[in-house]
Ligand binder design. Structure first.
Ligand SMILES: [Zn+2]
Length: 303
């Protein structure tokens, strides 16, 4: 009954907010946040490939794109095959790109993408793409991955606006209302997964490439849905299908929806018996609606 009462109040609030211009600026922030709550955010899985997948089999590396109201907003990783997959599934690349780490299957297409997209943006009078990464990863990308752009004679800043995503806080993604908070994963290369937020509400946790790591899963389980790296044979740097049961049994994973990605080709996906209840195998083209974690009753916004 308490829940019913709370949600009734919520409905009335948004009803009030639906009369534009009726209220003064004092109401604006409340209205804005409830509007954002009803905004339509989703992700589209672009690929589930591992390190060798695209190179030998032309199936797209693991990556996803965040859409806001159906428009591409944020690309998460730009490894081999991702650009064409993004164009195929959502029409074009978004203006914001987050890179988890400097492996080819996560950043391999970045130099070409930045060269092409910055040129197209300049021609259209738009700013160059924004590139988000943890400061340590930004340094890796500048020194190694993006080194080939030096031959143009232009500074790297001509190709992208570099946005550092330091640990411990949230970094806004443009003025979209979304922000990201990075978490170090267990991987051979310095790699940061993230929590994706709408305002201060977690929407999605993503491990990027990672071995089984309870502390990482604990952080990411602030969100109601998680994208988790796992493959047939687990190692120190990639979780294995045989560890999914352990993941599902962690107390903070109750009521979470876990999508398994990073497993490689489609025929390398986990068998139904390997997927615990509450988990789903991510597939290229899959759309996942993002909704914030329910705000507990009693902590409603009063402006
Ligand atoms: Zn990797």
């Amino acid at each position: 009954m308490g829940n019913y009462l709370t949600s009734s109040v919520g409905v009335e609030d948004s009803g009030t907010g639906a009369v534009p211009g009726a209220d003064g600026t004092g109401e604006e922030s409340t209205d804005k946040s409830s509007d954002k709550g009803s905004q339509n955010f989703e992700i589209v899985v672009l690929g589930t490939g591992a390190g060798t997948t695209y190179v030998y089999s032309r199936e797209t590396s693991s990556s996803f794109v965040v859409l806001k109201e159906g428009e591409p907003l944020l690309l998460c990783d730009a490894g081999y095959g991702v650009t064409a997959s993004c164009q195929h599934h959502v029409g074009r690349l978004p203006p914001h790109i987050y890179i988890s780490h400097n492996h080819g299957d996560h950043a391999g297409e970045l130099p070409v993408v930045l060269a092409v997209e910055s040129k197209a943006a300049a021609a259209a009078g738009r700013p160059a793409p924004s590139l988000y990464a943890h400061p340590d990863v930004v340094e890796e990308l500048r020194q190694h991955r993006l080194r080939e752009l030096n031959s143009t004679g232009k500074p790297l800043e001509a190709f992208a606006s570099f946005r550092q995503v330091p640990s411990g806080g949230r970094t806004p993604i443009g003025d979209s209302g979304l922000s990201v908070k990075p978490f170090l994963s267990r991987h051979s290369e310095t790699c940061y997964g993230l929590l994706l937020y709408l305002d201060d509400r977690p929407l999605l946790g993503w491990t990027a490439d990672s071995g089984f790591d309870e502390a990482l899963y604990d952080h990411l389980s602030e969100a109601p849905q998680l994208l988790v790296d796992a493959r047939s044979e687990g190692t120190e740097e990639h979780a294995g299908f045989n560890e999914l049961d352990r993941l599902a049994a962690l107390p903070y994973m109750r009521d979470k929806t876990v999508y398994i990605t990073g497993y490689g080709k489609q025929d390398e996906a986990p068998s139904p018996q390997e997927v615990p209840a509450g988990m789903v195998t991510a597939r290229p083209g899959m759309r996942i609606r993002l909704a914030p974690q329910q705000v507990p009753a009693g902590s409603g916004q009063q402006g």
